[in-house]
Write a protein that binds this ligand. Structure first.
Ligand code: AMP
Ligand code: ZN
Length: 474
């Protein structure tokens, strides 16, 4: 195994990863709340988790990747307020919560697959793990970490000395600034629901020692992560928004039950912004992968866009930026296709190049640096074609950009059938050129450019190519 360094949100520094049971690395990723389509911000979180997994695997580790599906208990606000998101989804579409969960879970995995996100080793649904959650709440009550009040069972944050450490929260200040309207029965405003008692008409409820009800969102992740990864988990991932509430609460629950620190390394991806601001359904800018496809972008253009920024930096989504990523990916696909059709004998790749790539990605997922090396290989041609192709193919184990497919001509400009309309314009232009009607030939070239095509005039006649990483349907 090669050494991997990762940034730990808990200790606020880069650390050498030391798994509890090498070569296995246990990774838990907070999964989607399946009440609606994931937006591209959510998808950035899963591209990040997938990249982490790929880096660990190429470093020689065996990754046991567990991801949950939240299909109950996540309320409209991450703190315990508002309606359950699943119920809101069910009401919106006049379906049952189960139908909603099934539909959006399927959509999520279809989108994930289109982004070359590998399916986690274990995918676990919250509603199928209620007994484990009840057991955990019971243990917390027995050990004095929780208390029961009118509407449910709550975690008592004052009993957990480390509460607030992940996010650097100051509990005292929080108490002083507590908003009016918090449940007056709670002992501390930061106390959070482990189990909620449900009204008889509530659509999702289970029997429990505290009456019928449903679990809190945070206990779901504690219970499922420990069920599948034990009480010493190497890495836990999620988006940065989860740091102050969801993950702070998970730490309190899991560590209180285990009696020691459960998660060793916490890793968080920064946010994807839209036009510099928040992405939100209500703002009309929460784009889904299908929105990108409808605008003609290949899903992998979005993956390239994500990899081109470090996961710990905010990334601003604009159509122009996505377009630039799509063009770059198209050029890359084109380049590997050209390399594959070149039959000169190869040699061995220079060790420094290989080393530099490995070091970049094993240094807290330095993907932008890794991509720069990819371009060095493509542009500067430091190695013969077959060697370059072999190198890029191996690097794609980390990148997941479909380079083998592109080399085989199944992705990218060469794979896109050129529409008949474009072909006839190319022919029209050829005829115009033969008649030395340069003005007309240029006008046609201009129109082709506007349509996303370029023509090159070679000895064998004109060659037309598509410019963008477009065409979704594949
Ligand atoms: P949810 O489905 O709301 O539970 O969120 C799924 C994942 O997406 C979580 O890891 C969130 O932290 C993450 N996430 C939500 N919004 C964004 C965003 N704009 N950029 C990056 N990650 C996000
Ligand atoms: Zn979670």
């Amino acid at each position: 195994m090669r050494p991997v360094h990762v940034y730990n949100t808990l200790t606020r520094r880069k650390e050498l990863l030391r798994p509890v049971n090498p070569p296995v690395v246990g990774v838990y990723t907070c999964g989607p709340t399946v009440y609606d389509y994931a937006h591209v911000g959510n998808l950035r979180a899963y591209v990040f988790a997938d990249t982490l997994r790929r880096v660990l695997e190429t470093a020689g580790y065996q990754v046991r990747h567990v991801m949950n599906i939240t299909d109950v208990g996540h309320l409209m606000s991450d703190a315990d307020e508002g309606e359950d998101k699943m119920l809101a989804g069910a009401r919106r579409e006049r379906k049952t919560p189960l139908e909603i969960a099934d539909h959006y879970t399927r959509a999520f995995f279809e989108h994930a697959q289109a982004l070359n996100i590998r399916r986690p080793t274990v995918v676990c649904r919250a509603t199928e793990h209620i007994p484990a959650m009840i057991q955990m709440v019971r243990t917390l009550l027995e050990r004095g970490y929780a208390y029961e009040i009118g509407d449910g069972v709550y975690f008592d944050v004052s009993r957990f000395a480390e509460y607030g450490r992940l996010s650097g929260l100051d509990l005292e200040a929080q108490e002083a600034g507590a908003r009016v309207g918090v449940n007056p029965e709670k002992r501390h405003p930061a106390d959070f629901a482990l189990w909620r008692k449900a009204d008889p008409q509530h659509l999702m409820q289970w029997d429990s020692p505290w009456g019928r009800g449903y679990p809190g969102w945070h206990i779901e992740c504690s219970a499922m992560s420990m069920q599948y990864l034990g009480d010493r988990i190497d890495i836990h991932t999620g988006g940065a928004d989860h740091i102050p509430v969801h993950h702070e609460n998970e730490i309190a629950q899991s560590d209180a039950v285990a009696g020691h620190r459960v998660v060793q390394v916490w890793m968080h991806n920064e946010f994807l912004l839209v036009d510099g601001g928040r992405m939100g359904k209500s703002l009309g800018n929460a784009y889904t992968l299908d929105d990108l496809r409808q605008r003609g972008f290949h899903p992998l253009a979005f993956r390239y866009f994500c990899l081109n920024a470090h996961y710990r930096t905010k990334l601003n989504f604009t159509w122009e930026a996505l377009e630039a990523a799509a063009r770059a990916l198209d050029r890359l696909w084109e380049a590997v296709y050209q390399l594959a059709s070149c039959h000169r004998p190869g040699g061995r790749p220079p060790a420094e190049l290989e080393e530099a790539f490995g070091e970049a990605v094993r240094d807290d997922l330095g993907l932008p640096r890794a991509l720069a090396l990819v371009w060095q290989v493509v542009r500067d041609e430091p190695v013969p074609a077959p060697v370059a192709l072999d190198l890029l193919s191996r690097w794609d184990e980390v990148l997941g950009l479909g380079l083998d497919e592109a080399a085989a001509g199944r992705l990218g400009p060469v794979a896109d059938p050129i529409p008949a309309e474009v072909l006839s314009m190319v022919e029209e232009r050829r005829v115009a050129r033969a008649a030395r009607d340069w003005e007309r030939a240029d006008a046609i070239r201009q129109r082709l450019g506007d349509m996303g095509y370029t023509v090159e005039d070679g000895p064998e006649g004109p060659r037309v190519r598509r410019l963008r990483a477009i065409d979704a349907g594949q």
